[in-house]
Design a protein around this ligand. Structure first.
Ligand code: FES
Ligand SMILES: [Fe+2]
Length: 429
């Protein structure tokens, strides 16, 4: 069946369940307007819980890392003596120097310490951010020592993920995550300590990058080289649209995806002759886009996974508003995607792939293969985002069309627009 016919089988299956989304064409002005970008930063990024790291990055009391977040500034995340985590604005109370940095002030850093010392005049701060030493204190006038420190912002941890929120009054992290996302905390994230990280700058609006992981409509075209260079064959290899499962839980969302079964266990000498063929490489390494074929045992999975009961389940992509996705794969690893807007037409793209510790060298190579393939696919998406942004910015076309299987894109842009509008209305009162 041609893909257009198969697409028709999915028409109207999911979107009409959410009448507030509508089915009409949408504007992408939210991706190209400078004015909207400024409003979005205030309404969305300065008021949402944002994931900034994992607890594995803070093994001991005094372990810390910094994040340089566009529009939010530099933040220090530090583990306290009681095991809890604090987030501090990275700014000195004396004359405003950035307190924690290594060779270059604009670069993120990490380490372990007992106090933070400002490199300018030697003021020192405890792990809780309170001032602990003031150089030549007796030469100052009426210092209120108790009020001096590196200001803190809201910080909380869920399932080992560290979140911050720079709003003055933030709702509790658990309430923000909601019940459905919160159910994921039974997943063995803490066993996945083998991390492959990738980070780059993409010249396009951050929401356009997110759009690429909210649908599986594009793979035969954007990733054809990896699936099958013959597009008509690639189209046949991608499951039909009604093989997927979608669930929108207010701002957050879930998309479950089918995937191929793993290869049977390897028989000695059964590999066959080497070919200059991507799929032969996958067989050699016993790994590819859907994960390693030899699946590690990490214990029972939470009941919340594969809620659409897809027979040949590939992954669950949980989308957490505004900029974070956790993709839990059937083959016992997970990927996180995160998007940090720098300007209306650029963002930082972060991709992290987490596996359990590989017990053998061949399993380590399989993980490398998965990481390499995933990053390659992701960069093919980013290329398309740069092409899309440059074309959208011409405003030659102003209305765009979303099919049933693109309903998460419809919802995502609506939630951003609604959040900005609600914030504007509050400001008008
Ligand atoms: S600015 Fe930090 S000690 Fe002077
Ligand atoms: Fe893609």
């Amino acid at each position: 069946m041609a893909i257009q016919e198969r697409l028709a089988t999915g028409k109207g299956k999911f979107t009409p369940r959410y009448p507030e989304l509508g089915t009409g064409p949408v504007s992408y002005e939210d991706c190209i307007s400078e004015e909207f970008f400024a409003a979005e930063r205030e309404a969305v990024f300065k008021r949402s819980w944002l994931k900034v790291g994992r607890m594995e990055q803070l093994p001991h009391t005094g372990s810390y890392f910094t994040r340089e977040l566009a529009g939010l500034g530099s933040i220090v995340i530090v583990r306290q003596a009681d095991g809890s985590v604090k987030a501090l604005h990275n700014v000195c109370a004396h004359r405003g120097n950035k307190v924690v940095w290594q060779e270059h002030p604009a670069e993120e850093s990490q380490g372990s310490c007992r106090v933070f010392s400002c490199k300018y005049h030697g003021w020192r701060y405890g792990l809780d951010g309170k001032v602990a030493h003031i150089t030549n204190e007796d030469q100052f006038f009426d210092l209120d020592r108790d009020s001096l420190g590196m200001p803190s912002l809201h910080c909380d941890v869920w399932a080992g993920f560290i979140f911050v929120n720079s709003a003055e009054h933030a709702e509790p992290l658990r309430a923000f995550l909601g019940e459905r996302f919160g159910e994921l905390d039974a997943y063995p994230f803490e066993q996945m300590t083998q991390r492959f990280g990738y980070k780059t700058t993409v010249k396009g609006n951050w929401k356009l990058s997110i759009d690429t992981i909210l649908e599986w409509y594009h793979p035969p075209y954007v990733h054809g080289r990896f699936i099958n260079p013959d597009v008509s064959k690639a189209e046949k290899m991608v499951p039909p649209p009604d093989a997927y499962h979608y669930d929108l839980f207010t701002s957050h969302m879930l998309n479950s995806v089918p995937g191929p079964p793993p290869l049977p266990p390897r028989e000695p000498g059964s590999l066959g002759p080497a070919k200059r063929d991507q799929r032969w490489i996958y067989k050699l390494f016993r790994a590819g886009l859907f994960g390693p074929d030899d699946i590690p045992d990490v214990g029972p999975m939470p009941a919340a996974l594969n809620s659409g009961r897809i027979q040949s389940w590939g992954n669950d992509a949980f989308w957490l508003f505004p900029n974070f996705s956790v993709q839990i794969w059937a083959r016992n690893y997970y990927i996180t995607y995160q998007y940090w807007p720098e300007s209306v037409d650029s963002h930082t793209y972060e991709l992290d792939i987490y596996f359990p510790e590989p017990p053998t060298a061949s399993e380590r190579l399989a993980q490398e293969m998965v990481a390499d393939t995933t990053i390659e696919f992701a960069m093919q998406d980013c290329n398309t985002v740069e092409a899309t942004h440059s074309a959208l910015a011409t405003r030659a076309n102003r209305q765009f069309h979303l099919s049933d299987q693109e309903l998460m894109i419809r919802n995502f842009h609506k939630v951003v627009r609604d959040t900005v509008a609600a914030h504007r209305n509050l400001g008008d009162e």
